[in-house]
Design a protein around this ligand. Structure first.
Ligand SMILES: [Fe+2]
Ligand SMILES: [Fe+2]
Length: 287
């Protein structure tokens, strides 16, 4: 009998050895693409208090993360390290979106495996660049809160889609253009190139979230705009603050009503910006 995708994804999620985890995931992708994995549900869906991760980086509350200016080589590396950490977590989050919700259509798993594959590629790209800067993943402490949202959204893929891709990942769309500018100012050409790839791919990840969020709203006869607002009010503890990358969000499936609502939060009158680092900075300067 074919292995179940869910069993294999769980094994990947729980793997603590970094390189083994990446290899295990690559193998899973090959088997999935060859149609060798079934969608047989697990007899029990276990709670994962913490996904498998290497002993380092040390995880600390965001307020305990040392603030380093970008002016020093160490500060530059710390920025790349924080991006590597986000990408590593993004692999786990995408895998969890698969494992956690086992009654979705086949296409859903195809989409989220695609997201996980890109996150794994992002992680490896950033890790390699970090190595060029003389550091490796684990050399700096990192944010401990990135897994929390999975607990609160464990019970419903609709809420997961609203909060993880459409809120947390969407935030990445807003802040990346400014990071691109900073790296450009440092003369880090490779870093700029990498962040442009990340931004382009992240639009796709948020779009996957938007698409499944809407599909679930349609299935349940819910108004997507009102449902998104309600979920944010009930579950989102962070600040929804601009500047927003409106153009990237549009491409990622935010409707005009949502864009207008975000602009209200931001106090902006009108916005029209591009997703590119160069033009994205205009977005930031507008506010
Ligand atoms: Fe990513
Ligand atoms: Fe992503």
């Amino acid at each position: 009998m074919a292995d179940s995708l869910f069993t294999r994804v769980l094994a990947c999620l729980q793997q603590t050895d970094l390189d083994r985890k990446l290899r295990q995931f690559d193998q899973l992708l090959v088997e999935w693409s060859e149609g060798r994995l079934s969608l047989t549900p697990s007899s029990e869906i276990v709670r994962i208090p913490e996904p498998g991760r290497p002993p380092k980086p040390e995880l600390v509350a965001p307020k305990h993360l040392p603030r380093r200016g970008l002016g020093s080589p160490e500060g530059h590396a710390a920025l790349m390290h924080s991006i590597a950490h986000i990408e590593f977590n993004a692999v786990n989050l995408a895998l969890d979106a698969i494992y956690r919700f086992q009654q979705m259509p086949h296409r859903y798993y195809h989409d989220w495996l695609g997201v996980a594959a890109e996150e794994s590629y992002h992680f490896q790209m950033v890790r390699e660049h970090l190595a060029h800067l003389g550091y490796e993943y684990g050399d700096f402490p990192a944010h401990d809160g990135l897994w929390m949202t999975t607990f609160e959204t464990d019970h419903d893929p609709l809420i997961r889609m609203a909060l993880v891709p459409r809120t947390l990942e969407a935030r990445g769309l807003d802040v990346t253009p400014a990071m691109i500018q900073k790296l450009r100012a440092l003369g880090d050409k490779r870093g700029v190139e990498i962040l442009k790839v990340l931004l382009r791919d992240e639009i796709g990840h948020v779009e996957v979230g938007s698409r499944w969020f809407r599909a679930l709203c349609v299935e349940r006869g819910l108004n997507p705009f009102e449902t998104f607002q309600k979920i944010l009010a009930d579950y989102f503890h962070g600040d929804l603050r601009g500047p927003f990358n409106y153009e990237a969000r549009r491409q990622a499936g935010f409707c005009e009503q949502e864009i207008a609502w975000l602009a209200e939060q931001d106090g902006a009158v009108h916005v029209s910006v591009a997703d590119d680092g160069d033009k994205g900075s205009k977005n930031a300067s507008r506010h």
